[in-house]
Design a binder for this molecule. Structure first.
Ligand SMILES: O=C(O)CCC(=O)C(=O)O
Ligand SMILES: [Fe+2]
Length: 317
C-alpha cells in the first residue's frame, strides 16, 4: 500500500472499517523492460498498492507453508531459536519492544537478517530453510525493481534509491498469529508505521490487515498471489513527505492461526550515516521538512516511544 496523502495521526474517526474503498492493484508482468509500463506504474504510485504476479504463486504459497511448519513445531524445537540478542541473524521473538509498547501484539515471529550478510544455511531452521533462501532471493530482486520505479516516480535517476542503500539491509519476518481467545482485548499487530524504507508483505487468506485511509480504517482483503507494499517512515523522510508512510494494524478477531511474511528494507546500520530529505527534491517552494538524522538516532526514538505512532514528528524542523 503506497500511500501519499497526508492524514493526521489519529486512530481513525470510526472503528468500523470502510468497506467501500478497495485497494488498487497493479500487475507488474513485463514491467522490467517496458518503458511504457514503467511510466504507467510510476504514475500510479500514489495510492495504497497491491502488486500481483511478480513472484510466482507457488513460491508465495510455499513461503507461507514453510513459515507455518516452523511455528507449528514443538516448543522445544522453536525454543532453540529464541533470543533477545539483537546481533543474532536468526531470532525467534515475541513482542521485542514489549516494555515500551502500550500493549502487546498477539503473535510470534521468526526473524532472519538476509542481507547484506545472510546467515549460513545451517543457521536457518531446516524445516523452512530452502524456501526462506528462495523467497528471499526473489523478494530482494523485486525490491530492486520497486526502488527503481519509486526513484523514477520521484523524477530521480532510476538507480538513485538503491545507490544510497535503501535495499542494502533486508530483514525477513515470518509472523504467526494464533487464534486469540479474547480478541477484543488485544491486537494481532498494533497500529503502527514501519521503521524502514519499504516493506513487502505476503499474507495468507485469513485477513484482518487494515490501513488508515482518509482517516478511516480500511480492510486490506487478501488476494492470492499478490504482495502488499508499505511505504515506511524513512522513505517519507527521504522524500520530504512526497511519499507518506502508511499506518496499518492487524485485528486479532480472525479464526487463526494467521501467517504473514514481512520483508523490511533499510540501509545497513552504519551509525555515522545520516539521512535527510534528498537534495534533488528540494527547492525554494519545497523546503526541507526534517533535519538530518542517523539511523541509530531514529531507531532509538522509534522504539523508545513505543510502537504505534510514526517516528518522524520528533525530527521535524
Ligand atoms: O502481519 C501483517 O500483516 C503485518 C505485519 C507488519 O505490519 C509488520 O511486520 O510490520
Ligand atoms: Fe508493519
Amino acid at each position: 500500500m503506497f500511500y501519499c496523502e497526508r492524514t493526521n495521526d489519529s486512530e481513525g474517526s470510526t472503528s468500523e472499517p470502510n468497506s467501500k474503498f478497495s485497494i488498487p492493484t497493479i500487475d507488474l508482468t513485463g514491467i522490467r523492460d517496458d518503458p511504457v509500463l514503467r511510466d504507467g506504474a510510476c504514475e500510479k504510485w500514489r495510492f495504497f498498492q497491491v502488486i500481483k504476479r511478480e513472484i510466482p504463486s507457488d513460491v508465495l504459497d510455499e513461503m507461507i507453508k514453510g513459515s507455518g511448519r516452523f511455528h507449528q513445531q514443538d516448543v522445544k524445537v522453536r525454543k532453540e531459536y529464541y533470543t533477545c540478542d539483537p546481533n543474532r541473524k536468526v531470532a525467534y521473538v515475541s513482542n521485542y519492544s514489549l516494555y515500551h509498547d502500550p500493549a502487546a501484539n498477539w503473535r510470534d515471529t521468526l526473524g532472519c537478517v538476509m542481507a547484506p550478510h545472510p546467515p549460513e544455511a545451517e543457521e536457518l531452521p531446516a524445516i523452512c530453510r530452502d524456501i526462506v533462501v528462495e523467497y528471499s532471493k526473489r523478494v530482494k530482486a523485486f525490491a530492486s525493481t520497486l526502488f527503481e520505479l519509486l526513484s523514477e516516480a520521484l523524477g530521480l535517476n532510476r538507480f538513485h534509491l538503491e545507490k544510497i542503500g535503501c535495499a542494502e539491509w533486508f530483514l525477513l519476518l515470518c509472523h504467526y498469529y494464533p487464534a486469540c481467545p479474547e480478541p477484543e482485548l488485544t491486537m494481532g499487530n498494533r497500529k503502527h508505521t514501519d521503521n524502514d524504507f519499504i516493506t513487502i508483505l505476503l499474507q495468507d487468506q485469513i485477513g484482518g490487515l487494515q490501513v488508515l485511509h482518509d482517516n478511516q480504517w480500511v480492510d486490506v482483503t487478501s488476494i492470492h498471489g499478490a504482495l502488499v507494499i508499505n511505504i515506511g517512515d524513512l522513505l517519507q523522510l527521504l522524500t520530504n513527505d512526497k511519499f507518506i508512510s502508511v499506518k496499518h494494524g492487524l485485528l486479532a478477531n480472525h479464526p487463526g492461526p494467521r501467517i504473514s511474511v514481512a520483508s523490511l528494507f533499510r540501509t545497513d546500520g552504519d551509525d555515522s550515516l545520516v539521512y535527510g530529505p534528498i537534495k534533488e527534491l528540494l527547492s525554494k517552494e519545497n523546503l526541507p521538512l526534517y533535519r538530518d538524522v542517523s539511523l541509530k538516532e531514529y531507531l532509538t526514538y522509534y522504539y523508545a516511544k513505543g510502537i504505534g505512532t510514526s517516528g518522524l514528528s520528533h525530527f521535524k524542523l
